[in-house]
Ligand binder design. Sequence first.
Ligand SMILES: O=C(O)CCC(=O)C(=O)O
Length: 247
Amino acid sequence: MSDLFATEKIPPFEIPKKEGYSSKWNDKLKGFDIKIPHGKILYAEHFFNKKISDRSIEYFLENNSNDWRVADWRNLDREKLSNVRFKNIDWQHDKLKMYGKEVFLPRYSAWYGDKPYTYSGLTLQPKPWDKRLLYIKNAIDKIAKVRFNSVLMNWYRDGEDYMNWHADDEPELGKNPVIGSVNFGEIRDFIIRKNGSLEKITIPLKHGTLLVMGGELQHFWQHCIPKRKKSKQARLNLTFRIINTTD
Ligand SMILES: O=C(O)CCC(=O)C(=O)O
C-alpha cells in the first residue's frame, strides 16, 4: 500500500521552525530524536507503560501512614511529615543557605547510586541502589547508550513545589553530561531556555515520560519546572546522571 497519505509524527509540543531545530520519529525509542542549537534531546512520551508507572510512584512513596494518592502532603506539617516512615526511599527535605538564611527547598529529594554529589552548596551522600531504581536505570541505559551511576530523585508534593532555572553543569558531571529524566505522577511543564536569548521550549513531562538531554545542552541552555498552582497531585522526577569523580 502506498504511504502517500501517511502522516508525519510530530512531538506533542512546539519546536521552533528555524535553522538548527529538527525532530525525527525514532521507532525503536517510540519517541523523538530532537536537535536544538548546541544540544540534543530524546523524548519518549510513554516510555514506561501505565502499569509500571503506577507501581513506581506507589512504590517510591510507600509509607506507614498515608495513601500517596489522597494524602494532603502540603498540609501535613513538617513534624508530621518527618514522622512518616517511607518504606523504600529515604526522602529528605534539604535546606539551602540563601542570603545568610537557611531555607527549605521547594520539593523533597533523595540521592541514590555509587557516588556523592554536590550542587548548590549541598553535598548528598548516596544511598545504595534500590531494586526498582536499578530496573529503571537498566531500561534507560540502553536508550541513552551510557551507564548511569547515580540518580537524583525529586518529589514535587503538588504544583506549589518547583525547581528554579539552572543547568546541570557541575564539574563532576563531565564535559557534556548526558542526563536521563524519568517522570511519574502529575504532568508538569519542563521549560528550557537558551542562554542570553528569549528562546524557550516547553516540554510536557507526563506519567511514564523519558527525556534524555545530551550534547552541549547544559552549557548553552538552562531548564526549570515552574509552579503550577492549580495542580494538586504529586509528581516524581528521577534524573539519572554519571558522576565522574574517582573517590
Ligand atoms: O523535575 C524535573 O523534571 C527537573 C529536575 C532537574 O532539573 C534536576 O534535577 O536538575
